[in-house]
Each structure stands twice: as C-alpha cells, then as structure tokens.
Design a protein around this ligand. Structure first.
Ligand code: PGA
Length: 251
C-alpha cells in the first residue's frame, strides 16, 4: 500500500513571522492525519525556524529547490542539499514548472538536483507536467515521459525509494482550472506504466505519484478517489492553515 502524501508549496510567500504562524496553526489541525504524510515547503529563510517549531509534530518540511552542486564552494546564491538537511528538512521539491519556465531549469538540471537530494538521504519531490499548447497538440504524454525519464536518468532501485513524482499540468497551476479527476488519473496511470517499463513493476507500484494544479478543499476528494493518485502538491490553497488542513483531512 502506498501512503498518500499531501504537500503544501508556499512558493515565494510569507515572511518569517507569517511562516511560523501558519506552521504553528497547522500543527493541531493535522495532528490526527495518520492516513497521509503531511509536508510543507516554506521559503529557504524560514526553513530552520519552521523545522524547529514543528519538532515532534507529524508535519515534515521541504525546501523548494536545491543546488546541482554537491560540494561546498564558490557558488554565490546557491544552497546545497546537505545544508537543507542540516536545518531539519526531509524533502526537496525539484523541477517545479515555475523553475523550468522562468529560471532555466532543464531535464538535466532536474536530474542533477534530484541526485544531489538523494545523495544526502533526502526525498525528492520531482515535478513534471505539460503546458496547455502541448496538451492541445496531443503531446502531453510525450512531454511527461521525456521529463520523467530525464529526471530519473541513471537512478538506482534504492534511489527510487526516495522519489515522489508530482504530476502538475502547467495549465492547471494557479489558474483555478484543475485537471478533471479523469484527466489526472489517465496521466498518473501513464506515468506508472512508464515507470514499470523503465524501472520495473515493483518500483512502479511502490512509487507515489501526486497531483498538483489548483487543488482545493472541494476537489481533493474527487482526485483522491482514483487508483493512481497518491496525494497532492498544493500551492495557493496551502497558504492558509485551515484550507490546507481541510485538504489533508479530505477523508
Ligand atoms: P496551485 O499550485 O495549487 O496554486 O495551482 C500548485 C503548485 O504550483 O505546486
């Protein structure tokens, strides 16, 4: 049985005080959520304090990105995966579409970041997903497959135990236009089939594939009712503790 994952991506929102306030308010609201893993991803500057304030709670903390560089050195502005681990995080989001679209992230850098994350023992939440024009041109599966295989290139069977795939169609992110549960399930099944072909059936069955793109308290249940949807990566609706808690407690 795959354990569901509900992760909140706070993007570039919240000053430190606001991040602490949201994290602390969330704690009691999700304290009984044993059915899924709960993760929040604040900005870098809030990671250490949020991790400290969440000690003893079930909520885990993710960074939103990391450097491709594994060795400390002259890389101004970069943050290495071991530095993220050092402050108490357990997960790193890599390859988010905003990073691919606006910050030059490629399948190759996503692969290097995934490896950097795994190297220090953290779990990578690897984001993939097609743009609207690509879907309309009938290329969605090809794009998703290329991104998936690119991100996972040369990973081992053991590495795969610490991979969560986030399918986030770009046209559904921040737009209020969620993929229908059927559209999401269809792509998740395709991703699992591709994993089975490339990594083996056992890994494909064990890997969590979460959906992202305008997930809200009122659409989470419909998404989670599908066999291949193992959770959600939530942006906008994760910024308020109450709405994120509703998503976590969707059952
Ligand atoms: P959204 O963002 O829920 O605001 O659409 C999802 C994401 O970017 O991970």
């Amino acid at each position: 049985m795959r354990k569901s994952v509900i992760a909140g991506n706070w993007k570039m929102y919240k000053l430190l005080g606001e991040a602490i306030e949201t994290a602390v308010s969330l704690k009691p609201l999700v304290a009984n959520a044993t059915h899924c893993e709960v993760i929040i991803a604040p900005v870098f500057t809030a990671l250490k304090t949020v991790c400290d304030r969440l000690e003893g709670s079930i909520i885990k903390v993710a960074a939103q990105d990391c450097s491709i560089e594994q060795k400390h050195g002259a890389h101004t502005g970069e943050i290495a995966a071991d530095m993220i681990k050092d402050v108490g995080c357990s997960h790193i989001i890599v390859g988010h579409s905003e990073r691919r679209q606006f910050y030059g992230e490629t399948d190759e850098t996503v692969n290097l970041k995934t490896k950097a994350c795994l190297e220090v023992g953290l779990t990578a939440i690897v984001c993939i997903g097609e743009k609207l024009a690509e879907r309309e041109a009938g290329e969605a599966e090809d794009i998703v497959k290329t991104q998936l295989l690119g991100a996972l290139d040369s990973l081992t069977v053991t590495d795969m135990e610490r991979i969560i795939i986030a399918y986030e169609p770009v046209w559904a992110i921040g737009t209020g236009q969620t993929a229908t549960p059927e559209q999401a399930q269809e792509m998740h099944a395709f991703i699992r089939k591709t994993l089975a072909e490339t990594q083996g059936k056992e890994i494909a069955e064990a890997t969590r594939i979460v959906y992202g793109g305008s997930v809200k308290p009122d659409n989470i249940k419909g998404l989670m009712n599908n066999a291949d949807i193992d959770g959600a990566l939530v942006g906008g609706a994760s910024l308020e503790a109450e709405s994120f808690a509703k998503i976590v407690n969707y059952k």
